[in-house]
Design a protein around this ligand. Structure first.
Ligand SMILES: C[S@@+](CC[C@H](N)C(=O)[O-])C[C@H]1O[C@@H](n2cnc3c(N)ncnc32)[C@H](O)[C@@H]1O
Length: 169
């Protein structure tokens, strides 16, 4: 992080990545979530770190409501693209908000992950849960961000997950 920069995390859960980025010099963070379940624990964590007042919790879907959060220098989606059906809309909305860098993690498009995804979805249907796991094609994820003027600067493939970092050209 560069000192004084802002962070937008989409689907940031309790905000642990935002805490790391504040530790490394960010000034403020915004966490846009579909679920309010994380805020209580997240607020406690931010207070313990001395970061109270430097996080804003917002609720909704940024791909259908882009006004939810202002643009930020650094935008992060960690394990979120796999929870959302309209990947192009979500990644596109995130890229639109990116002033400098966009970091994404998502499942690798492998037989193991596709099979695991099908098993998770079968279990969710059985439990009557609306949650679904998506293995979106990684080249299409990167392409959705590139369409908004970002270029790929780093890619890492782990055994299960892949990371892509893009910057504004
Ligand atoms: C698997 S969890 C990951 C949470 C956190 N990023 C982490 O890695 O611990 C996915 C999160 O993304 C959120 N989410 C999914 N689609 C979203 C969207 N369109 N906008 C905001 N949050 C979203 C869900 O509410 C959920 O909390």
């Amino acid at each position: 992080m560069r000192a004084g920069e802002t962070v937008l995390e989409i689907g940031g859960g309790i905000g642990d990545i935002e805490i790391e980025l504040l530790r490394s010099g960010a000034e403020r963070a915004t966490n846009v979530e579909l679920s309010a379940a994380y805020e209580e624990l997240g607020t406690t964590l931010f207070e313990q770190e001395g970061f109270e007042g430097r996080i804003e919790w917002r609720y909704g879907d940024i791909s259908t409501d882009p006004e939810l959060a202002p643009p930020a220098d650094v935008v992060v989606l960690n394990r979120v693209v796999c929870c959302y059906p309209d990947m192009a809309a979500l990644v596109g909305a995130a890229a639109e908000k990116t002033r400098r860098s966009l970091a994404l993690s998502f499942p690798r498009d492998t037989l193991l992950m596709r099979t695991g995804g099908r098993a998770i979805n079968a279990w969710c249907r059985l439990r009557r849960s609306d949650f679904r796991f998506f293995v979106h094609p990684p080249p299409e994820i990167v392409a959705a961000a590139r369409k908004r003027g970002l270029h790929l600067v780093h890619q890492h493939r782990g055994r299960l997950w892949q990371i892509a970092a893009l910057e504004r050209s």
